[in-house]
Design a protein around this ligand. Structure first.
Ligand SMILES: N[C@H](CCC[C@H](N)C(=O)O)C(=O)O
Length: 290
């Protein structure tokens, strides 16, 4: 089965984008994983599926698969690429579109300078909805936020639990480049207090309007940037009274700008969305390792 795809990235977080507006695309988790494999397939952090929405209040539907083959609720960098994709392929003449994701409707807008702004909706702060089950974990109040102490390799790591539709555990660290993100990230990702696993964010506060951020993503490992992770980190930093909106977020793949007014406000993310190349792949020839 031949598949036409577009390879894109948002601040270095890279995607295979597939147009399923004419016909549905339902592959197995193993096939998604094979497509995203960087040696046996095309290679990407996530796969984005573009569909028409059946809802009257949305133009498109957006499905996301991590490179481990699992379907997830949201992808912020992917949302920016989504609107560039539908615009470049002539699937819409609108510059601002409403897109149905698992947890609601988001609005994506192509800016005149080529960047994209996404209204990501309000953060979800109720632990049960993250989902996060703190149980008897130690807690610490800091301004409006409640921090939870995870035992990671015998060290207590204090995290904020935030959902942007997908789960995030955000830590503040002194030096994000020196921190053992790749060693500790998987331990946070699979911590039993997160029944659906979790994206592990590590932010260094540069000043009240600037952070450096690394994210060990659920189902993908450390990526060059994580859009929902940047939103979750800024929400946590503002609630801890460490940051003021708007916040510039430096990632290994580039800069994002995140704005958030208050608890019920939407988080607004602005950043790049780049089309790298297009191609065709024959699914029947994909031979991932057993
Ligand atoms: N790994 C994430 C999905 C992709 C999020 C990220 N690439 C973004 O830009 O938000 C999860 O399992 O929730």
């Amino acid at each position: 089965m031949k598949l036409h795809f577009t390879k894109m990235h948002g601040a270095g977080n890279d995607f295979i984008v597939l147009d399923a507006t004419a016909a549905p695309l339902d592959l197995s988790a193993a096939q998604w994983q094979a497509l995203a494999d960087r040696h046996f397939g095309i290679g990407a952090d996530q796969i984005l599926i573009v569909e028409r929405s059946t809802r009257p209040d949305a133009d498109f539907r957006y499905r996301i698969f991590n490179n481990d083959g699992g379907e997830v609720e949201h992808c912020g960098n992917g949302a920016r690429c989504f609107v560039r994709f539908v615009s470049e392929r002539g699937l819409t003449s609108k510059r601002s579109i409403r897109v149905e994701v698992q947890h609601g409707i988001i609005t994506l807008t192509l800016q005149d300078n080529g960047e994209v702004t996404v209204d990501m909706g309000a953060p979800i702060l109720d632990p049960a909805q993250v989902p996060f089950v703190p149980g008897a974990l130690p807690t610490r109040a800091e301004s409006e936020d409640t921090l939870y102490g995870l035992d990671i390799n015998g060290q207590t790591r204090w995290i904020s639990a935030v959902s942007m539709g997908n789960p995030h555990a955000v830590q503040v660290v002194d030096d994000v480049e020196a921190f053992p993100v790749r060693e500790e990230g998987p331990l946070v990702e699979h911590h039993p207090a997160f029944p659906k696993r979790v994206n592990a964010g590590y932010m260094q506060i540069i000043d009240r309007n600037t952070i450096h951020l690394r994210v060990f993503e659920r189902g993908a490992g450390e990526t060059l940037a994580c859009g929902t992770g940047a939103c979750a980190a800024v929400v946590a930093g503002i609630r801890r009274n460490l940051l003021d909106t708007p916040v510039r977020v430096k990632t290994h793949g580039g800069w994002l700008t995140i704005a958030w007014g208050s608890a019920t406000d939407s988080v607004r993310m602005t950043g790049p969305a780049v089309t790298v190349f297009e191609g065709t792949i024959d699914l029947d020839r994909l031979n991932p390792p057993a």
